[in-house]
Design a protein around this ligand. Structure first.
Ligand code: GLN
Length: 452
């Protein structure tokens, strides 16, 4: 087994046992980056002097002295004078940033193709998109170019690329992790979280990066800690776990091949002792529409600061997608339309949240697909924004509700990875992770992308 095959938990143990040094560890990853990144385009910038456990970090997360362009020409050469809180937290745990990863411009997109600097490619098939917007972070972990990575999820940007690239991705509850230093997209939705090689790794990373922060008043005080959920990981079965399956996540638009993998995973959960219950999330159908009003409204406010005046650069450097959303959001907030659009969307958002609360009265987790399809061809949806938006129909509702969601590699369709989404109650990442870890072990997926 190569050093770069090890999970984070295994890497920490191997370092402790002196099986290899920090230098050897970093060199192993730097070698792979040198070899595979030119083709994958997962990293914008590589930090050759990364010293300890090497993690990849999405471009828009501020890193002192390392370029933080958010995938945009407008701040192409911006090097922050400070670290985001999550970076400070990682440093104090013995982690260093090995590189900054490619992403859709200002996190707007589902394929990576909205990056101003060329798309990342899917390590499983270089003709396919890796998902987005945290494209480079997902691809870096899938291709073993980092032990783990950080991304952000506003409407699916951790879970969806994790699903399409075949790695574990966790969107924590809204407010679980400080967003200080992450360039804001939509502040009522944004959340930082890990891409990892295993569920156990994701749990550890969440412990490291979570907890109160005086610079983010929406961040809860408590650190995520493995507590006493009624269900323990040592049990290795799913007895007493009630798994909710929402019919709305299995309707029109869901690919047959993806559906098969998800249904098989649910069967597996049943074999492991889980009780499968049907639940209903009737307002799911409004998710995408509500998200595109609320997100775009917040985008139009957050991105107003990149006006080219304060930054000194030319003023016409935004790509098409940010422009589209700034216009949409400005319209939704303008007087005369505010009540009809923004206020109405905010009300329906509450209904979506209530759907989940009701469903969770009869189950402990909710499962379904992350994405209705596997990774699609580069270029396939780029001229049809609506088609692209609809690919987030299963991730957006959890974002609007602020609840945690995990994408767990569950199998393959058309030789491409399929992720199972496991959603939990607000602040109950523990149950989500525990269920995910038992299922991960039972599914025992060992395939890796074959890179040449
Ligand atoms: N794909 C969604 C969008 O384009 C989600 C993006 C995200 O979560 N940052 O808005």
């Amino acid at each position: 087994m190569a050093i770069t095959d090890l999970t984070l938990v295994q890497t920490i143990k191997a370092l402790k046992d002196k099986q290899f040094s920090n230098e050897e560890l970093n060199q192993a990853y730097l070698n792979r980056i040198k070899r595979y990144n030119p083709e994958l385009n997962a990293f914008f910038e590589v930090n050759e002097s990364s010293g300890v456990i090497p993690a990849a970090v999405k471009s828009l997360i501020s890193t002192k002295g390392l370029k933080t362009s958010a995938g945009s020409k407008i701040i192409e050469n911006y090097k922050p004078p400070f670290n985001a809180t999550v970076i400070e937290n990682l440093i104090s745990e013995g982690v260093s940033v090995i590189g900054k990863t490619n992403q859709d411009e200002f996190a707007m997109g589902s394929s990576g193709e909205n990056s101003a600097f060329g798309s990342t490619k899917n390590p499983w098939d270089l003709k396919k998109v890796p998902g987005g917007s945290s494209s480079g972070s997902a691809a870096a972990v899938a291709a073993d170019l980092a032990v783990f990575a950080l991304g952000t999820d506003t409407g699916g940007s951790i879970r969806q690329p994790a699903s399409l690239s075949g790695v574990v991705g966790l969107k924590p509850s809204y407010g679980r992790v400080s967003r200080y230093g992450a360039i804001a997209m939509a502040s009522s939705l944004d959340q930082i979280g890990p891409f990892a090689k295993s569920v156990g790794d994701a749990r550890l990373i969440l412990e490291w990066i979570s907890g109160g922060d005086k610079y983010d008043s929406n961040c809860v005080a408590e650190k995520f800690k493995i507590q006493n959920s009624k269900f323990k990981i040592t049990d290795q079965n799913l007895k007493d776990v009630r798994v909710g399956v929402p019919e709305e996540y299995f309707g029109q638009g869901l690919d047959e091949g993806v559906k098969e993998v998800i249904e098989k995973a649910i069967k597996k959960m049943e074999e492991l002792g889980a009780e499968i219950v049907e639940v209903s999330l009737p307002n799911t159908k409004y998710g995408v529409a509500v998200y595109y009003i609320i997100m775009a409204s917040e985008v139009s406010s957050n991105l107003a600061r990149f006006d080219g005046i304060r930054l000194g650069g030319p003023r016409d450097l935004f790509g098409d997608e940010p422009k589209r959303r700034i216009m949409l959001g400005t319209f939704a907030l303008s007087s005369g339309y505010f009540e009809d659009y923004f206020i109405k969307a905010a009300k329906v958002r509450t209904l979506i949240k209530k759907d989940f609360e009701k469903a969770f009265a009869s189950c402990d987790v909710i499962v379904g697909p992350v994405s209705p399809t596997v990774a699609w061809n580069l270029g396939e949806k780029i001229d049809d924004p609506l088609k692209m938006y609809l690919s987030d129909a299963y991730t957006i509702p959890a974002s609007l509700a602020g609840i945690p969601g995990l994408s767990l590699p569950a199998g393959f369709s058309e030789n491409l990875p399929v992720g199972l989404q496991i959603l939990g109650k607000y602040m109950d990442e523990e149950t989500v992770l525990n269920v995910g870890e038992v299922l991960e072990k039972a599914l025992n997926i060992k395939e890796k992308p074959r890179l040449r």
